[in-house]
Design a protein. Structure first.
Length: 171
């Protein structure tokens, strides 16, 4: 069964309270608008992951919840994983390679620069910087997540809040 991976950079966060720990920063007004809008765009294109995994940082988890709501995905089913909080691409790959293969499509919500770097490791991508709340859809012709590192993915679609409003289907 082919696999689909959704890479999501969290929506725009607030820097209003300089005393907050990094992982406690919330979404700002733009982030609160962009995340549900991107979820709506995904839904309109028929995208719906089997599993959503988020960084435990407040801004990432809030992004995941807002997107999940628009996809009809149960927010309580979102998994938080420390390997998505600035732990690097090796830890992100480790997380994915250990997934249960019954999940054909998985969304991970995390941070830059790791998210953009990971996208470019996984496939030949023209994306050099994923803006906040951007989403890349990477497809694999593999049967198991354990094969992820040994196969190059294909960038199937990509969009971001100031983008076209549609997920660009790439050839």
């Amino acid at each position: 069964m082919p696999k689909t991976l959704y890479l999501v950079r969290h929506a725009k966060s607030s820097w209003d309270d300089a005393g907050l720990a990094d992982r406690d920063r919330p979404l700002n007004d733009r982030g609160l608008r962009d995340a549900p809008d991107m979820g709506k765009r995904l839904s309109a294109q028929g995208h719906r992951p089997d599993l959503i995994i988020s960084s435990p940082a407040k801004r990432a988890y809030s992004t995941a919840r807002k997107i999940a709501k628009k996809l009809g995905y149960e927010k309580s089913a979102i998994v938080k994983d420390e390997r998505l909080y600035f732990a690097g691409t090796g830890r992100m790959l480790e997380l994915l390679e250990n997934l249960d293969d019954r999940h054909g499509s998985v969304m991970i919500v995390g941070h830059n620069p790791a998210m953009t770097t990971f996208l470019n490791i996984l496939c030949d991508s023209p994306v050099h910087n994923m803006p906040t709340c951007s989403i890349a859809v990477v497809g694999y012709d593999i049967d198991s997540w354990t094969e992820l590192a040994s196969e190059e993915g294909s960038l199937l679609a990509y969009d971001f809040p100031k983008g076209s409003g549609n997920f660009l289907e790439l050839d």
